[in-house]
Design a protein around this ligand. Sequence first.
Ligand code: ATP
Ligand code: MG
Length: 582
Amino acid sequence: MAAYARLECTKKATGARPLTATSTTGPDFVRSIVAEDVKQGRNGGRVVTRFPPEPNGYLHIGHAKSICLNFGIAREFGGVCNLRFDDTNPSSEEAEYVDAIKEDVRWLGFDFQGREYYASDHFERLYELAVKLVRDGKAYVDSLSAEEMREYRGTLTEPGTDSPWRGRCVDENLNLFRRMREGEFAEGAHVLRAKIDMASPNINLRDPVMYRILKAPHHRTGQAWSIYPTYDFAHGQSDSLEGVTHSICTLEFEDHRPLYEWFLEHLGIFPSRQYEFARLNLTHTVLSKRKLLQVVTDGHVSGWDDPRMPTLVGMRRRGYPPEAIRDLCDQVGIARRENTVDFALLEHCVRDRLNRTAPRAMAVLDPLRVVIDNYPEGLVEQMDAVNNPEDSSAGTRTVPFSRELYVERDDFREDPPSKFYRLAPGREVRLRYSYIVKCVDVLKDPATGEVTELRCTYDPDTRSGSPGANRRVRGTVHWVSALHSVGAEVRLYDHLFTREDPDDTEADLDFTSNLNPDSLRVLRGCRLEPSLAAGACGERYQFERLGYFCVDKDSTPGNPVFNRTVTLRDTWARIERTIQGR
Ligand code: ATP
Ligand code: MG
């Protein structure tokens, strides 16, 4: 495996993060474990993983890391990966999310081959397993209120206290648990708890709740159940029932592992094993579904698929290729150390992919009219333009050239600073794929003084193929023909949050105080070369000199809308050079 420099920001409590370069070689620790298990013939050499989203929101780029890991390992070791919906909490889950999650997994490039599971598929079996624990004296019905349970639980430094109901006999527990299922009791009246150890230093082992009464309808089982298993009871047992060999999750579940193993051992069922890795964190964004939901419901963005969102639907709409997201996950690697990845690395991956694949085109975002005085009126010439210099198979296209053009307002300065090699009074530039022109006059709005039009002359000898085609001038600018160009709306995006760590806030404020008020800029009246009018939703282009852009779903016939996916300037490459030079 190639070694590559990597930049990590190590998270500190203060939010200040030193940058350290590390390099990754060889398989990560999870793959090493799996390889060893296969070598030793454990589980008959089978590898079964799973990706277990809770359908209570859209997937974000953190989930992509988990998807790439779980599906990637299954693929590499000739195993399978289940897509398991962890749908044990009916109140916050919706079928809309299930459909979106399936689409996102496929879009990212992974095929679950019909291996679509739901924790709710296992509800009957989970109930039977819970009954077995009750029979064995390993679980009991507790009737403390939620608040009392909290008091009895103790703290990190003090042991908990046994509930007065802990001594209920098996028959009474079986009877109450059955009646809980039948809907006889109100929510909160009872819970089923594992009988482990109220004095355990690990709070997860202090008689954790296995079932609670919830009278909410479930998106798949409807009104069939009045009790629902907790994550801790459902997750490991679902793994086991599906024969999952390697249950890979994020570090916050490390302290739950002893409980995971306690259930499997006392139930005597298939011994799935749990392994934990560090979650993906990204600068300038939050990767928590709860917070992302708040950003959506408070109207800070237009929806889960707003191109500023770190969700997979948002990134797709923004124009990020799925390959780029997979590249990022590869580069970040799998480790146990918490780290935060610089957003610039993600953008670097996006640019790298798009540079190879996106057709080039010309677009003018802030048009300034140019009239070429010595160009014949009514003449239109078709200029040959290269579609992708990185890909010769992409061929060429023609772009119409005429007497009236638009150039970028920013490509003209009346009073050019030194090293400004674009248009200025008396200056020559090459128009990309076309002639050299000279600015001979500047027209202004008499009221405001704003430049409204440039008058130019062209050198007819300088078109490609002509004797003067190789005449060199210092600047080249892009352009479109005024008459032939199409109008468009273009949306420019910046980070959703101003701070690297959005949770780093002033006292009494929450993460939303760090939302970037300038994260979206809408430009109307942009002009595109005519070939761009035909772009279908999701198609990606490089607008020469401006960046990568993608057709948005808000486009209507004759009114294209483009999202800027990413600029051309690669801040990541610069950061990397700085590190290597240290
Ligand atoms: P969130 O914090 O966004 O609510 P979650 O862990 O509650 O995330 P789940 O739907 O339960 O969301 O996650 C499904 C899987 O994705 C889990 O195995 C979880 O560990 C993993 N996952 C979630 N967030 C990340 C992340 N930032 N990096 C890597 N894996 C993640
Ligand atoms: Mg979760």
